[in-house]
Design a protein around this ligand. Structure first.
Ligand SMILES: Cc1ncc(COP(=O)(O)O)c(C=O)c1O
Length: 472
């Protein structure tokens, strides 16, 4: 019988490749708590109801809210994506404006399509190494002053690479104008468990969404949303959560989150050991220049207020690029990383990583650094292009499209959202005007062999645009 999924997973498990990627349990059996069949329940009279929690779910969430400094928390059972979509749908109505950090996850762009909201983008500052830094609170204030009719602000902090914006200041500004602040803290669920990590945004924003599965030892999809203050219509949010998530929530997910939360709340030793190991690893890795670990030097620059030291982001200053380093780590050192790009690699660590796994990583990086010749990379920083939003992503999504030659597409409206990695900030999104500058930027990324996602024609000869578009 052909079972391609089973066959591949079986092969991967037996190859003993070590995961420096999510999920945060790292397949470490110390965090395997259940024989899953026995814990796989459905909503019964005594097992409570996720969207009308009044029993065990409510009681469990109360402890989580208290610990995280939230008024209320919700279990999310299909990842942060569902929570982000529900958060935006609950706060922003059709044709209303929302300020969005341009480096947001695709779930935010999807929420814009579903809600019919009109985005006003704020660009994160780029670092000298071409990565997305933080959001300037002062620039944000200027945008709010020009757009007093916005409904909400959506910021991603930390970024995929673990860079945090100044959420204290951002929150002060957003709330001064009595607007709603939504923070995508998908990569920061572990922050609240140790002072070594940046401060969580939970107590500062109106809604914060965390993917627990990325950095805590729980199963993929396990996530939590936290609410604070009285700007959020909680009944509406609850209804929308029930619209965008399953009506059969997994009790295995909820039990897992509750269990891991309780273990970490009462037993500091997991985070103490992890922080000890990360500090040690970082101090050893500091000496390498070819495979260069980013760290403290970024704090206070590029609007980066703090960084997550648990994310290991290396710049590859060599003739070989990030994709090749990724491949070498996999093939020669049995290490699978989270993400690679032309000049960077990103690894995710967690409390489930052992000191042996950190030793394995140190040995691999040390050997690679010795083998590779140093080559100072000129980070060909391509400017952030400020988007010209012609119509809401929703109107664009429901308009007929046609495919045209990219070189002849100036003046047309894009039906595609094209994103280079890095920095993971779209050059153009659906509903935006294609200009000469945009096309030049697309080609510059291509010349630099930077991966572009979201464009159907990978050869970059054609682009999908709106057909016969008229503003309605
Ligand atoms: C910044 C950010 N936000 C949100 C998400 C979505 O999270 P989830 O996979 O839990 O739906 C991701 C996923 O990678 C992400 O990187």
């Amino acid at each position: 019988m052909n079972m391609p999924i089973n066959e591949l997973l079986y092969k991967k498990i037996n190859s003993k490749v070590y995961p420096f990627h999510m999920p945060g349990h790292k397949r470490n059996s110390n965090f395997l708590f259940y024989d899953i069949i026995n814990y796989d329940f459905t909503e019964l009279e005594d097992t409570d109801n996720l969207y009308n929690a009044n029993g065990i779910i409510k009681e469990s969430l109360k402890q989580i809210s208290y610990y995280f400094n939230a008024d209320e928390s919700y279990f999310l059972v299909n990842g942060s994506s569902g929570g982000i979509i529900a958060a935006i749908l609950s706060c922003v109505n059709e044709n209303e404006k929302v300020i969005v950090s341009r480096n947001c996850h695709k779930s935010v762009y999807n929420a814009l399509i579903l809600s019919g909201a009109v985005p006003i983008y704020i660009m994160p500052e780029l670092t000298d190494k071409g990565m997305q830094g933080g959001i300037s609170p002062y620039h944000l204030e200027d945008i709010i002053k020009e757009n007093k009719d916005i409904s909400a602000v959506v910021i991603t902090s930390p970024t995929y690479e673990g860079f945090c914006s100044d959420i204290d200041e951002i929150s002060r500004i957003v709330h001064k104008y009595n607007k709603i602040l939504i923070v995508d803290e998908a990569h920061g669920a572990h922050f609240a468990f140790s002072d070594y990590f940046p401060e969580s945004s939970v107590s500062k924003a109106d809604i914060v969404i965390q993917s627990w599965h990325k950095t805590l030892p729980v199963l993929t999809q396990c996530s939590v949303m936290h609410i604070n203050g009285n700007r959020i219509n909680r009944d509406k949010l609850n209804k929308i959560l029930s619209m965008v998530q399953t009506s059969s929530p997994s009790y295995i997910f909820m039990a897992y989150m509750e269990k891991v939360f309780c273990i970490l709340k009462y037993d500091n030793s997991y985070f103490e050991r992890y922080v000890y190991n990360i500090r040690k690893l970082r101090s050893y890795l500091k000496e390498f220049n070819t495979v260069e670990l980013l760290g403290n030097e970024l704090i206070g620059k590029y609007n980066i207020k703090d960084i997550d030291f648990g994310k290991l982001v290396f710049c590859i200053n060599s003739d070989i690029n990030g994709y090749e380093v990724d491949k070498t780590l996999f093939e020669k050192y049995n290490i699978q990383i989270e993400m690679s790009s032309l000049h960077h690699i990103t690894l995710i660590t967690s409390i489930a990583d052992t000191s042996e796994s950190f030793d394995k990583l140190y040995y691999a990086i040390k050997t690679l650094d010795k083998k590779l010749s140093y080559n100072k990379i000129e980070y060909n920083n391509i400017d952030n292009v400020c988007p010209n939003v012609i119509t809401s992503p929703r109107k664009a999504f429901y308009t007929d499209i046609e495919t045209v030659e990219i070189k002849k597409s100036v003046g047309r409206i894009s039906a595609e959202t094209i994103t280079p990695y890095p920095p993971g900030i779209p050059i153009i999104a659906i509903g935006e005007l294609i200009s000469e500058n945009i096309i030049e930027t697309i080609f510059k990324y291509k010349e630099n062999s930077i991966t572009l996602t979201g464009i159907q024609d990978k050869s970059l000869k054609k682009i999908n645009v709106l057909k016969n578009f008229q503003e309605r």
